[in-house]
Design a protein around this ligand. Structure first.
Ligand SMILES: [Zn+2]
Length: 445
């Protein structure tokens, strides 16, 4: 009797989960539990610069409980929690683990530029859910959990440990999150072989997979010089010094743009230099003094450097000699400067010699999809995993949604979210079923 009751319960569960990912109408989507859970997570304002991590951790811990996943919280920096959920693998051997990573924080919003409030997760008739974080990257975290929910309902279990990791502060360079975690004994104890992390929205059934990324150099240059009356010319003013720097930076920028527009290089292969602020002048209540030449001028640049051997030193030399030379009273520093991922920090191999690539490719091929490796323009926590000596691949199994990461009206389509869950489920299944070591051949499957 007991057995029969358990079996029918399992069947009901399975039906329920099938319904979750097979919703077809707008009302179904509205009532779909996976969509509801996703929207609940989107409503938690984990927005920089003061993300409400406590509320996110509370919600996610509740999810873990429902799924029967034990949790741990690490706090390397006060109020910057890292939440770890673990699905224990069945193997007696010490197989390396899989980490499914997502960051909890989201970037700031300009609320008046949004169609709907960015933390309401409003869904329109087409199933479009408007919310900050709906693409970057709460969708990915929730797809991991929904995949686990489906696999558990099927009665499937992994052979190796699968960890779901929720981290803070990725949007502010991850310094207090992965930046502390990757060199910790807690990370080492996870004995990870692969970290899956955020990727790109994809089109045409080809998933873009980030297997490396450009280094992020947030460069500040400062010019100082003689101050004086606005009506006279004199040598070596701070503005004059800065104008020379800007001309030099702009010429370099133009050369990189030309390489892309001529088709000689791909966007991920060139250095990106964008001006993000210019600061100078003597403020008055109405604006700025108009007849004083300022003694200090400062400019900020977002510089992204692809992982090309020798490019880091080349650029450093150029900054010191041409963009901010001492000879023109210029100084410079980096607000953030990440490694260029060349030499000792290799990019993750994106071909079948890497079993994690092969498994990913096999999983998406079940949906007639392919993979396309790409060096990411932006930075992500993957770089820390790579610095920790672990494979890291960035993939967001979402297609056909306008790319609005960090933009106004960031949106996720509910139907695409449900499709994405199916793909993520296959990935987790293949990763969790793989019983070989990274050195063994893929014929183990
Ligand atoms: Zn992100």
């Amino acid at each position: 009797m007991k057995l029969r009751r358990d079996a029918s319960f399992g069947f009901l569960l399975l039906l329920c989960f099938c319904w979750e990912v097979c919703a077809i109408g707008p009302e179904d989507l509205e009532r779909n539990p996976a969509v509801q859970r996703f929207r609940t997570y989107l409503r938690i304002p984990t927005v920089q610069p003061e993300p409400d991590y406590a509320q996110a951790i509370e919600y996610l811990t509740g999810q873990a409980k429902e799924l029967g996943l034990p949790t741990k919280i690490f706090e390397f920096v006060p109020k910057k929690p890292i939440l770890l959920m673990t699905w224990k693998g069945s193997s007696k051997e010490k197989l390396q683990s899989v980490i499914l990573n997502s960051h909890m924080d989201v970037v700031e919003v300009e609320e008046d530029k949004w169609k709907y409030p960015p933390f309401e997760a409003h869904m329109d008739e087409e199933g479009n859910i408007y919310a900050r974080g709906s693409q970057d990257m709460k969708v990915v975290g929730m797809m991991y959990l929904e995949a686990i929910r489906i696999l558990k309902a099927e009665g499937w279990a992994p052979v190796r440990d699968i960890h779901v990791l929720w981290v803070p502060d990725e949007e502010v360079a991850g310094i207090d999150g992965w930046g502390k975690f990757y060199s910790s004994k807690e990370f080492e104890e996870l004995n990870a072989a692969i970290v899956l992390d955020e990727g790109h929205i994809s089109y045409n059934n080809t998933y873009i997979v980030n297997n490396g990324e450009k280094a992020m150099w947030w460069l500040v240059i400062q010019g100082t010089g003689e101050t004086g009356h606005g009506s006279i010319y004199f040598d070596n003013s701070a503005s004059e010094n800065m104008f020379k720097s800007l001309a030099s930076i702009n010429a370099f920028r133009d050369s990189q743009v030309a390489l892309v527009s001529s088709g000689e290089r791909l966007p991920e292969e060139v250095v990106v230099v964008n001006s993000v602020y210019l600061k100078s002048g003597s403020p008055t209540p109405e604006g700025y003094t108009m007849n004083i030449q300022p003694s200090v001028v400062e400019a900020g640049f977002d510089v992204r450097v692809p992982p090309v051997e020798g490019l880091g030193p080349f650029l450093t030399k150029r900054i010191a000699e041409e963009w901010a030379p001492k000879s023109r009273n210029m100084t410079f520093y980096f607000k953030v400067k990440t490694e260029t991922q060349t030499g000792e920090i290799p990019i993750t191999t994106a071909d079948d010699t890497n079993p994690w690539w092969y498994l990913l490719r096999t999983a998406v091929s079940k949906f007639n999809a392919t993979l396309s490796p790409q060096i990411a323009n932006g930075a992500s926590d993957s770089r820390y995993a790579r610095m920790g000596g672990v494979n890291a691949l960035g993939i967001t199994t979402i297609q056909n949604v306008p790319f609005l990461i960090h933009s106004h009206n960031e949106v996720m389509n509910g139907y695409e979210f449900l499709k994405g869950i199916n793909v993520t489920t296959e990935i987790v299944r293949l990763y969790g079923s793989f019983s070989g070591s990274p050195q063994t051949s893929r014929s183990v499957l």
